[in-house]
Write a protein that binds this ligand. Structure first.
Ligand code: PHE
Length: 448
């Protein structure tokens, strides 16, 4: 980022962008949210649906977001406005920015707990996840810590902040996961876990499984709220949008699939139930660490790297809201960042208190879930899916076909041969499929 606080940056290299976008995508969504969502939704059948959602819905939406971002070089609100000036489409951008803020708020709660688990591991503290998170003196300071960490990186701007972090630490996480998987699959009873995770029982698929898989695909790929529009806005015309999108989606999916291989075999060994919810990985991982020589060090390193993965995701969430305030409201970058962070912290407090610290927040009347669970359901599933419907329609029907094709062709010669396929998916398949899933979800909700 240059010294002028409102000037926009650009990625210093192609690999810088890919790593940053992969950094946004790879995070708690893969390692914490994916395993427990798969566990709650039947394991292998969920995995199967999830992979289909990534391929036929996630990938096209990713290409749509990146190209809208690069074409307009704007935050999500400005981007819709630039292509379709003075239209209600900017509301979709605005909805994305708000969704980003809401996700940031509750995401930092779990990210904070991850940081806490570094200390918990090295101090041989054996408190359970539910006891640990029921303590507001734990969750609130950790939430604050994580919000501040995110601010410190985002303040550095695109080049110094986001890129440098992503480059160094993501590969380390991958290596450590491979080591842990090897231990997990050689534990006693591992085969039961593997068959739960890999042998689909399609009778377990319900309407709920579909929304869970679709929502998880959007959440994990950071789609549906403009994060990839914002990151795409820092891409240069030389970059290849299609291969970058494929690369990011592939790595994100790889890490999620690996997280499943890590958790499920150990879960059966440890006797934890697959539908244990958000505490699942925090309960299961220490069991694997205990089975390794130097487990304390390995455990602490794992939580450290997971915290960094979470950080590269919160950076992107904060960046979306910041880019909006800087581009549209002309607020100084530094001021915008602190303002958003303060709001995210306050907005995160009820989530931090909903793991047992405050009873009614932990079991909200009427909705039957915790405040945290409700935020994740509403913003992390539903709103991302709603956002993705509109982004697909915008790309497919509002943005002129020639224009979108020309934009993607730059840096990706030969795209025009594929354009009809991408356009078909974004015009018809994605909006209709997502809308059907949402419709059944709401029908369920009203009936239930
Ligand atoms: N994709 C991130 C993860 O998997 C979370 C995220 C969602 C980040 C939406 C940005 C936008 O952890």
């Amino acid at each position: 980022m240059s010294s002028s606080p409102t000037e926009r940056g650009e990625w210093s290299s192609k690999i810088g962008f890919i790593l940053a976008a992969a950094g946004s995508a790879i995070g708690l969504g893969n390692i914490w949210r994916f395993p427990y969502t798969a566990g709650e939704n039947g394991g292998a059948a969920f995995l199967f649906l999830y992979l289909l959602c990534i391929l036929f819905i996630g990938l096209p939406v990713m290409i749509a977001e990146l190209s809208i971002g690069r074409r307009t070089r704007k935050d999500p609100v400005g981007a819709f406005d630039a292509i379709k000036p003075k239209s209600p489409w900017r509301l979709i951008g605005f909805m994305g920015v708000f969704t980003g803020l809401a996700i940031l708020a509750y995401y930092c709660v779990i990210a904070g707990v991850t940081v806490g688990y570094i200390a918990k591991t090295v101090s041989y503290n054996t408190t359970s996840f539910s006891e640990y998170t029921a303590n507001p003196l734990m969750t609130i300071p950790l939430l604050l810590l994580f919000v501040v960490l995110t601010v410190l990186v985002v303040q550095g701007g695109v080049r110094n902040g986001i890129e440098r972090w992503a480059k160094i630490l993501m590969p380390l996480l991958l290596i450590l996961m491979v080591v842990l998987i090897i231990r997990s699959v050689t534990l006693e009873g591992a085969s039961r876990g593997l068959s739960f995770y890999l042998k689909p029982d399609f009778s377990k698929i319900t309407g709920k499984t579909f929304l869970a898989a679709l929502g998880q695909a959007f959440f994990s790929l950071s789609l549906g709220m403009g994060a990839m529009i914002t990151y795409g806005s820092y891409l240069s015309k030389k970059d290849n949008i299609v291969t970058s999108g494929i690369f990011v989606s592939f790595f994100d999916t790889l890490i999620a699939v690996m997280a499943g291989l890590l958790i499920f075999p150990a879960l059966f060994f440890a006797g934890v139930s697959p539908d244990a919810g958000p505490g699942l990985v925090f309960e299961v991982l220490p069991v694997i660490f205990a089975k390794l020589p130097g487990g304390t060090l390995i455990g602490a390193s794992f939580f450290l790297l997971l915290s960094v993965a979470a950080l590269t995701s919160t950076i992107s969430l904060l960046e979306v809201v910041t880019a909006y305030l800087v581009d549209e409201k002309h607020i100084l970058r530094k001021r915008a960042v602190w303002f958003v962070a303060a709001v995210a912290f306050l907005f995160g407090i009820p989530s931090a208190l909903s793991f047992g610290a405050v009873e009614w927040l932990s079991d909200l009347p009427l909705v039957g879930m915790s405040f945290f669970g409700f935020m994740d359901w509403l913003f992390g599933n539903v709103m991302l899916a709603v956002g993705a419907v509109f982004i697909s329609i915008f790309f497919g029907w509002v943005w002129k076909r020639v224009k979108s094709t020309t934009e993607i062709e730059e840096g990706c010669p030969g795209y025009s041969a594929w354009a009809p396929v991408i356009l078909f998916l974004l015009r018809f398949f994605c909006p209709i499929a997502i809308a059907i899933v949402l419709f059944f979800k709401f029908k369920d909700l009203i009936a239930g």
